[in-house]
Design a protein around this ligand. Sequence first.
Ligand SMILES: [Zn+2]
Length: 128
Amino acid sequence: MALAHETVNVGLLYENADAQAQAFGYNRLICLPPDEYTTNVTLWHELGHVAIRIRHEDGDDVAKTSEEFCSIYAMARMPPEAIDEDRIPYLGQPGVPREEWPGVCQRALEYRADNRNYIQHCTELLQI
Ligand SMILES: [Zn+2]
């Protein structure tokens, strides 16, 4: 687990930021909006950016600038009962039940080891 021995700081998303939340992996920082509820799905996604940055620093093969990869990486690690949205950021709204999303994303990450089109593969399996 990439974040096991890391301290991740949480900052405020400034007013005119055009994202729901933002991550700064190099600084181990995520920024959340002070006046809005942040869903677990968004929180996992932002923490995913930090974890991916750490994996990159460790020399692992991760797509450190891909939002889709981050969403797949984060969803693969979510307990199904923590999923609190009907969509996956940057991927869309799956047609398969929520309980299946983490397993599908785990399989897509395995598929990525030998295939470049893992994002398309993942959205097909999720029926997006
Ligand atoms: Zn992101």
